[in-house]
Write a protein that binds this ligand. Structure first.
Ligand code: CU
Length: 168
């Protein structure tokens, strides 16, 4: 079973503008983490955040973990004809001096094997693992960030029975 997302989702992602919060100290900084609420029985959730590399060398996000899920995968979305699909990626590059945004319609954290539904207002501690920076701790706030930005975000965009087609 594959579910698809209308192309419209791309526009929604483009409307998500960055906030004004200050970055914390450290070569790699993470902020504005959030995750979509899920319903009972939904096995996976999606998490988003911004990564900023203040250092002079490129780094890569290799993985993440949270107590809320059995494991966290790095995913990207891509267009296949008129529908959007997702696949697992090995790492997410964070070039020197760059900010990389994980958001709806693009790169995201896939929370696999949720232990309980994610409910609005929850804060999920998250540990990011970078090739050079090592572990960076942050959190995901559960809520509807996309809706707050005026987008008609699909409420269940990661309900796919996960594709077998991971290419790695
Ligand atoms: Cu995904």
């Amino acid at each position: 079973m594959k579910r698809s997302i209308p192309r419209r989702g791309l526009l929604a992602a483009a409307l998500l503008l960055s906030g004004a919060a200050a970055w914390a100290d450290g070569a790699i900084q993470a902020r504005d983490g959030w995750a979509r609420p899920t319903v009972a029985g939904q096995p996976v959730g999606a998490g988003y955040l911004k990564l900023h590399n203040t250092g002079a060398t490129p780094d890569r996000l290799l993985g993440a973990s949270t107590g809320a899920a059995e494991r966290v995968e790095l995913h990207n979305m891509f267009m296949s004809g008129d529908v959007m699909r997702m696949r697992q990626v090995e790492a997410i590059d964070v070039p020197a001096g760059a900010t990389v945004e994980l958001g709806p319609g693009g790169l995201h954290l896939m929370l696999m094997g949720l232990k309980a539904p994610l409910t609005a207002g929850q804060r999920l501690p998250l540990v990011l693992r970078f090739e050079k920076a090592g572990e960076v701790k942050t959190e995901l706030q559960v809520g509807q960030r996309a809706a707050a930005a005026g987008a008609s975000a699909p409420s269940h965009q990661h309900g796919h029975g996960h594709e077998r087609g991971h290419k790695h």
